[in-house]
Design a protein around this ligand. Sequence first.
Ligand code: PLP
Length: 397
Amino acid sequence: MPGFEIFGAEERKQVNDVLESGVLMRYGFDGMRNNHWKALEFETAFAKRMDAKYCQLVSSGTAALTVALASAGIGAGDEVIMPTFTFVASFESILALGAVPILVDIDDTLTVDPKAVEAAITPKTKCVMPVHMCGSMADLRALKAICKEHNLILLEDACQAIGGTYEGKALGSYGDLGCFSFDYVKTITCGEGGAVLTNNKKYALHADHYQDHGHDHIGNDRGAESHPFLGYNFRISELNAAVGLAQLDKLDGILKIQKENYTILRNALETVQGVTFRKVPEGGEENYSFLSFYLPTEELTQKAHKALIEAGVDACFYWYTNNWHYINGWEHLRNLKSLGNLPAEVKNQMQDLNNTDFSKSDAIMSRTISSLIKIGWKEKQVHERAEALKKAIASVL
Ligand SMILES: *Cc1c(COP(=O)(O)O)cnc(C)c1O
């Protein structure tokens, strides 16, 4: 998945445009900037590529989630439903606004189970946040129907699934809002950065103001602008945006190579009895940044993961015991360990995560292994990897 594998002359050229003028900020300094507006250009190009009306660039994927939630009016005490398998950014962004993360089980798509979402809805629920983990998507049709029925906001976290589609639409453009990350290990990177997509004019305007201290961006004197509501600073710098512009041009090439490499690995693993694959909802096409598969039991999966390490097959993840991507590793969240006092709403409304039954998620995650798909592998290397993967997994079954 990593765009860092192909950092090259195109990125350097874009960054140089910015360095030559010295205007590192995305707003203002019109006379000095040689007409370079990298953040604006990236936003326009990204919205076009994703076929969405509006794009707001920000400083990270976590910032994108925070800005998206804030733009939709989510605040203290509002409940946001999210999966047990995701990156910590999901609950960090929710908690940052004083809102309450409500964790629910995943299913064999490795994303939120729509039935678990429905069961978790209360009068305080405001938003459902599916996370398209490891390149593939949640059952967005089912989630959209639930959100419509209960008048909830559908916010897609597409940070790991850029370029994937569902019913012909780009992931991140299907819900009310969609979020992306361009951090250093994502499919395309700009060092640190993120984006919010939406077709909703009001949310777009909110995002524009909120990520820049509430600036209304009217006129051309920043100091004289007004601030219709409170904001924060989640701005991206021109330098980061410049790198992103070059990487965006490479996205389709990256997706093509990912699919080729994924297919070679998948075809090899399909021949191994006992291996099954992550379900992709009907109408969806993943972005092929990971190949995720299941083994019959937790014990066999742990053995297989060990065998992969011993065989030198790198970049295979066993998320179940990982500190960052599954609830088992989130001791700080389960015990609400924060530096300062948390809002009363959070303390009162949070589930007792140490005693909530997530056995359905456990049954899936304990049997899941994901292989990262790199784009720098030579064809011979991919075939060697396929053989080694097959051999290591078969050795424990
Ligand atoms: C990377 C990631 C984020 C956060 O992105 P940053 O740019 O690192 O802040 C959020 N959600 C998911 C699923 C991610 O993988």
